[in-house]
Write a protein that binds this ligand. Sequence first.
Ligand code: PMP
Length: 427
Amino acid sequence: PYSGLSADEILQKRKTFLGPSLFYYYQKPINIVEGKMQYLFDENGKRYLDAFAGIVTVSCGHCHPDVVNAVVEQTKLLQHTTTIYLHHAIVEFAEALASKMPGNLKVVYFVNSGTEANELAMLMARLYSGNLGMIALRNAYHGGSAGTIGLTALNTWKYQIPQGEIHHVINPDPYRGVFGSNADAYVRELKDHIDYGTPGKVAGFIAETFQGVGGAVELAPGYLKSVYDVIHQAGGVCIADEVQSGFGRTGSHYWGFETQGVIPDIVTMAKGIGNGLPLGAVVTTPEIAQVMSQKIQFNTFGGNPVCSSGGLAVLRVLDKERRQSHCADVGSHLIERLRTLQQRYDLIGDVRGRGLMLGIELVTDKKEKTPAKLETAVLFEKLKDLGVLVGKGGLHGNVFRIKPPMCFTKDDADFLVDALDYAIWGI
Ligand code: PMP
């Protein structure tokens, strides 16, 4: 039994010793003390089905034994030196990661988070292109550092600091976007933006293929292919932010960008790559990497032995346990059941996504698509009481995000849908 601080005590200490900007889920936040694969346990031993994976981070499962073992064994032997000395783990991990990439994406940089990965990618884009302007999408989340806060385009996350030379173009959101699923219209708009709103040249373009924080939005089909052409013509490079959508989660493909049939110039990753370890990566081509050799590019913990050993174990587990096809199987079952539920409740405006990367958007009026903010908040609490943890997203906070550890089963999916059915029926 757990004998540590209670939820109330932790909350009190958080308020005193941690920054006031921290937010928490649930009116009475839960104190999670243990995790096992797709389940979490609170201080009273109550079990929760985790359908949000620590914000899409726990890929293999909480405390997956292979990952734990790799981390523990490496920790006992050698925790850290940095890349000024040689170590086998970083090169083995880099080689394994590069083998998962298409095209000429073969050079890996390790960092500690998604924010750092996107900072580095933006730096590379600017150095390689010789241009400054970055194009990002409205509704995107790419980080909260001084640089990436400029790329992020959700007002809830943006502070008033200089945002750099960054342009946000209309989000190709098939459900809410002004042009619906018409990718060409969004691309024309982007091209206009470059022609009229920039010197005509840009450093690069960055997008999540499945916007996460923005509310599980899959970009209109065909969008990236045309955009990449426009960006290349304007002298820029194309960056895919795979922080949430990579590693087979979408089921149909290993990387989110592959669902749009493109090969980016730079790919950034974090979250699921480490199953909970602080780990991020940038992968690019040898040609682009060359510009980073003009000066030193160094990161103390990037590729450290413990994180590299853990990261390598993650890649192996995902392959060994065939998680990509599992995500496809379980995801299609889950989406089918959610669509059936959608037919019964007007509250469910949209069910979208692929694999185990799903979103449920709640609206009070299906035609007007009025965000059902209050209902979402109530259901969110009810689901938690029923033992199901989901994520919340979108600018209006009216989207449930379902992105569980990838070991989530069909039974878990059924439990989630039944709990949601019961909760909606009761309001
Ligand atoms: N990109 C995306 C798509 C993300 O979802 C996030 C985190 N929510 C980040 C970048 C930033 O990652 P981190 O919090 O590890 O810095």
